[in-house]
Design a protein around this ligand. Structure first.
Ligand SMILES: [Zn+2]
Length: 714
């Protein structure tokens, strides 16, 4: 589901805290974080073997097979691919390879039609063109294009143009006496970006009767550059499919909120499900939207609302009047999560999880097949290392999710089903949704992982520049941000991919990464093999480089003597979250931030002590005896879990983490309980939430202190 280019936009909007300069590895360092001198040497040799095993031809073979047919969640084709992934896992020597079935709400369309009935008659094609150079672009012409979880409806009404469908857009319209109630709103996907489900939520709240979301050429089409098949941007008929589920309230199957959709599970009714939208909505290309926009009268839209089409955008209402017909089948369908493991030799109950989803809207070349190809190649090389006798100390879990595109479904159901095991033993969840749309690396992570991530990036060679990935990445970020000291790692975490259940429900540290580039065909049929081989990753070098990043990161977390959580950058990041609370207007008169600031600073001091003691132990030690650090590692695992709130954040009990939650737009909302209440001016609630936040931070501080006391001293 992840649209990578948006990360940049979001990080520009919110100047976020991130990796500090002091986290940067020092030149000539000879120890990897969490390792001693001798285990570092061994780890480096092991990772050299991993690099030697990497094979772009093998990645390409997987990728071509994965992108042969459209494979949306619930389809036979996606089940066939689940079998393929399972068989590869077995062939690569993974253990306990399983298919997990979940039955979840996954309505497919029976009819989708949009007709302009006034002032002229016109039927929208709702279809994407074929191009002779790309055989795949002809294969899906008859398929209905739709938004997952749209309501059914048969509506005839006047049209309004509501820009990006965000609250301020409707405010603008309402201030001018343009009432959205009962109208059909046509909105753009981006500018500024918000999750399409948030647009549906807002439209529903405003009383809009039906919504059309279209791709304006300003955002991902010819105004950006050459369009498919000449270039990577979206052509005139491309349609961005996608779900509009309100999974910012609760992700996973809407009928089993908070528990797994396994056989015999209790289910709520569709009417009672909080994440089910009640508004009919449909996606459209700009070619289909243009005749409608041309027939809007009323006031001229503000200049910021003017898009890339050669017309003056007006807001209506009318005279364009549309007839929208949407008929969804409301079926529950089976989805399939594939799991395989490489059992750890010393700490089999401590889990490092590598996950990616398999379901696509159409072929899903970038999203998610590039990630699935990287996952399969990672399973191949890590499986080969294990078979050669180099078994990781901790268990590596490989997970291939399903129905991510709908409601982050497979990962959420699996996380809910195995919550006890994961709560006890999960060291980290490493997510790759789209692995490759170009050469620009980006990663979001819990800040305790920052130093390890930066060290890995320093050791990986960037395929284009042949310099370190850290170097290439720094250049990309500083030129995008116009600032050489811009943070590399995004430590503010929202939602929109499979890491959500791990971070927000289970309190497991996460990282989510990919390689980005110019990409205007997201969730359209043109996100296919041709696109990837001509624009995204000719030669499969970046898809394979992702295997290296993923593999090294997974191995370091699995093999470290001491799990390399560094709570110093984490505490600094949280301190900056606290400081940015002051930006909420009126907050400083209403809330006393003394206690929360003090507890974060205390956590920072305890983190420093833990770090110093661990460094001393690892610097002194020659050989690590198995079990030396067992108690310390068990204690370290508990620190992140301390951030879970018993009852979750207000009105969204599924979201339990006290430091992170998504906004309804999917953007990051740090310290969500306090921030959301403060932004709403509900100061009593904000004070209560602040009290709970202080409790959780104090608990994490004590957990850090307990860990420090368990560092063996000679
Ligand atoms: Zn995806």
């Amino acid at each position: 589901m992840r649209l990578k280019t948006l990360c940049m936009v979001l990080s520009l909007l919110v100047a976020g805290p991130a990796a500090l300069a002091s986290d940067q590895p020092k030149e000539g360092a000879t120890r990897i974080p969490g390792f001693n001198f001798s285990t570092s040497d061994h780890e480096r040799k092991l990772e050299e073997q991993l690099v030697d095993l990497l094979d772009t031809a093998s990645t390409a073979r997987h990728f071509r097979l994965l992108t042969e047919e459209p494979h949306p969640a619930g389809s036979d084709e996606n089940l066939e691919l689940a079998h393929y992934v399972r068989d590869q896992f077995v062939a690569y020597g993974l253990e306990e390879v399983k298919l997990h079935r979940y039955d979840v709400l996954l309505p497919w369309p029976r009819k989708i039609a949009v007709t302009m009935v006034e002032p002229v008659e016109y039927k929208a094609s709702l279809a994407e063109d074929g191009y002779p150079v790309d055989k795949d672009s002809y294969a899906v012409g008859a398929d209905l294009t739709y938004l997952g979880m749209s309501a059914s409806g048969d509506i005839t009404a006047d049209v309004i143009y509501a820009h990006s469908g965000n609250p301020e857009d409707y405010d603008w319209l309402e201030a001018r006496g343009i009432d959205p109630r009962g109208k059909i709103a046509i909105v753009r996907y981006s500018n500024p970006y918000s999750y399409r489900g948030f647009k549906a939520w807002e439209a529903e709240r405003r009383g809009v009767a039906a919504m059309i979301i279209y791709s304006d050429p300003m955002d991902d089409g010819y105004r950006k550059g050459d369009v498919f098949p000449e270039g990577p941007w979206g052509p005139e008929s491309h349609i961005q499919r996608g779900a509009i589920t309100y999974d910012f309230i609760v992700p996973g199957d809407p009928l089993t909120p908070g528990w797994p959709s396994v056989e015999g599970a209790k289910r709520v009714t569709r009417e009672d499900a909080r994440s089910v939208p009640r508004i009919p909505a449909v996606p459209m290309s700009w070619r289909d939207a243009k005749p409608i926009l041309e027939k809007l009268g009323g006031p001229v839209a503000p200049s910021a609302w003017q898009g890339g089409l050669p017309l003056t955008y007006k807001v209506g209402p009318g005279p364009a009047k549309l007839h929208v017909e949407i008929d969804m089948d409301d079926e529950v369908r089976p989805i399939w999560v594939v799991e395989g493991r490489i059992h750890g030799s010393e700490k089999p109950d401590e889990l490092v999880i590598l996950g990616n989803h398999r379901d696509a809207w159409v072929y899903g070349a970038v999203d998610p097949s590039s990630g699935t190809a990287s996952l399969l190649e990672a399973a191949r090389v890590l499986g080969a290392l294990a078979r050669s006798g180099e078994r990781p100390k901790r268990t590596l879990v490989f997970a291939n999710w399903d129905a991510e595109e709908w409601h982050l479904t497979g990962s959420t159901e699996w996380g809910e089903q195995f919550a006890a095991e994961l709560g006890k033993g999960a060291v980290a969840y490493l997510n790759v949704d789209s692995s490759t749309a170009g050469p620009d690396f980006s990663i979001g992570a819990v800040a305790s992982l920052n130093p390890t991530i930066l060290e890995v990036a320093r050791d990986v060679i960037d395929p284009n520049s042949r310099r370190s990935l850290l170097d290439a990445w720094s250049k990309t970020v500083s030129s995008a941000e116009g600032d050489a000291s811009a943070p590399l790692i995004e430590n503010e975490l929202g939602s929109g991919s499979d890491y959500t259940v791990f971070l927000n429900f289970l309190g497991v540290p996460i990282a989510s990464m990919g390689f980005d580039g110019p990409y205007g065909v997201y969730h359209s049929q043109y996100d296919d093999l041709y696109w990837m081989e001509h624009f995204g990753d000719p030669g499969y070098r970046y898809m394979t480089a992702m295997v290296e990043v993923w593999g090294r990161l997974g191995l370091r977390l699995a093999n470290a003597d001491v799990i390399p959580y560094d709570f110093r950058p984490y505490a600094s990041t949280v301190r900056s979250f606290v400081d940015s609370l002051r930006e909420v207007s009126g907050l400083e008169e209403k809330l006393d931030l003394t206690a929360v600031s003090a507890v974060v600073d205390e956590w920072r001091r305890e983190a420093e002590k833990l770090h110093q003691k661990t460094e001393e132990a690892l610097t002194l030690e020659g050989e690590t005896q198995a079990g030396t650090y067992a108690d310390l590692n068990a204690a370290l695992l508990k620190v992140e879990r301390e951030f879970l709130l018993e009852y979750g954040i207000p009105d969204r009990p599924w979201f339990k983490h006290a430091l992170y939650a998504p906004r309804y737009t999917y953007a990051a909302m740090s310290l969500p309980g306090v921030l959301e209440a403060a932004e709403a001016g509900n100061w009593d609630l904000a004070r209560k939430q602040l009290g709970l936040l202080v409790e959780r931070l104090a608990a994490a501080t004590r957990a850090t202190e307990r860990a420090a006391a368990l560092v063996p001293v000679r």
